[in-house]
Every structure is written in C-alpha cells, then in structure tokens.
Write a protein that binds this ligand. Sequence first.
Ligand code: AP5
Ligand code: MG
Ligand code: ZN
Length: 213
Amino acid sequence: MKIVMLGAPGAGKGTQAKKIAESFGVPHISTGDIFRANIKNNTELGKKAKVYMDKGELVPDELVVDLIMDRFSEPDCSNGYVLDGYPRTIPQAEALDSALKANNDSLDFAVNVDVPDEEIISRMSGRRACLKCGATYHTSFNPPKEEGVCDKCGEALVQREDDKEETVKNRLGVYHEQTEPLEKYYAEAGLLHNVDGTKNMDEVFDSIKIIIG
Ligand code: AP5
Ligand code: MG
Ligand code: ZN
C-alpha cells in the first residue's frame, strides 16, 4: 500500500500517518522528520535544510528528491509506505510518479487532511515534539502523561523552531502557493480523498480507514 498524505502544516498529517503505519504495517516516511534528525546530528544535509526550514520555506526540490529516492531503496519499503510531507511541489510529485512508473508501480491513495488556517495557528502553538523517537503531542489535545516528557522514550519534549506564530504564517502561505496545487494534480489522477481534519484524532483516523480499507 502506497499512500501520500496531503494537508497544511499542522493539519495532522504526521499524527494520522503514524496511525496508518502502525495499523497497516508500512513505514511512516516524513521528510520533515528526516531533515530534523539531520539537523540534530549536524550533518551537511541538515545544515543546508535548516536555513530554509527556520524561515518556513521549502527545502529545494533536488535535495528532497534525492533523499526520498534513497529512502525508498531500503528494505522496509517493499510493501509500501505512507508519505508525510512529500511531495510538496508539482516537480516532487512528478519525480515520484516517474520513479514508480519505472518499477511498473503506482500510488494507491492521496489523503488530504483538511483544516482551515485559523485552527492551524492554535494547533501549532501547543505542539510539542520528541526529537529522539518522533512522537508528537499537544498541550491540550494530546498531552503526554508527564508534562514535558515523552511517554514513549522519556526524552524531554521541545517546541519546534518553526512553530513560532510568524513562521507558521509563512509556512501557510508557502503551502497555499506551492503545495495546495497537488490536490488538483491527484484529483485528476483519480487518487484524491478529502477528510475533515477538524474532528478529533480518532474520528479523523476512522474516516481514513473507510477510504483505505
Ligand atoms: P514538516 O515537518 O513536514 O512540517 P509541516 O508540513 O509543516 O507539517 P507539520 O509536521 O507541522 O504538521 P502535521 O500535518 O504533521 O501535523 P501534526 O500531526 O504534527 O516540514 C517541516 C519543514 O521541512 C517544511 O517547512 C520545509 O521547510 C521542510 N520540508 C519537509 N518536507 C519537504 C519537502 N517535501 N519539500 C521541501 N521542503 C520540505 O499535528 C499538529 C499538532 O496538532 C500536533 O500538536 C497534534 O498533536 C495536533 N493534532 C493533530 N491532529 C489533531 C486533531 N484532529 N485535533 C486536535 N489536534 C490535533
Ligand atoms: Mg508532521
Ligand atoms: Zn520520544
């Protein structure tokens, strides 16, 4: 099963992608998580990506496409994957299509998690992330058992650099301009499914399960 998650920053792509990955036994691949891990480990890729991420801008396509193609070659991708945060531009979607086509393969679903901009801002301000294991929390909607500590691995939780209000606004602008056109792209391919992302996390997951079976 090969799924692409679409949606604005903070719509809940990562939250839902983790649930899909667990239930369906496919890896959750988040380009944002991969970049953040590279930044944490101070790699060359991390240094390049950080410049764009801190401003809320997209990392250039060529850096992202190489990275994702490498990731697909790992053995855990043999039964599919759920992509979270990739593709984010039309050229990235085209690169994915041609890579799949070269293997006589194709995507199964593009799931768009729909949340209006006003709600995004409040979600982002409460988000807390574990940079060690990738778990995500929200101070009101999904708090950890002990404040500031990851339930899964005990690491201290942090607020993401790019979750400051000004940066979130810029990310939303970039999303509407460069990423939203993918809805039309996948609708024309007959793959697009919209879900109402304003419901609670379990309800959103229920709607996704109905779509992907
Ligand atoms: P990335 O990490 O992908 O960020 P994003 O798209 O901005 O998305 P987020 O991770 O912020 O949100 P999400 O939709 O995953 O929401 P979440 O589930 O956490 O990318 C970061 C940056 O990396 C980009 O800006 C760019 O610079 C770069 N980058 C990455 N990929 C790239 C690419 N392909 N090309 C170029 N550049 C790239 O949920 C958000 C919060 O809401 C959480 O606190 C959560 O607990 C809560 N929540 C979730 N669902 C609900 C719900 N139903 N009700 C209430 N609260 C909820
Ligand atoms: Mg995410
Ligand atoms: Zn953790």
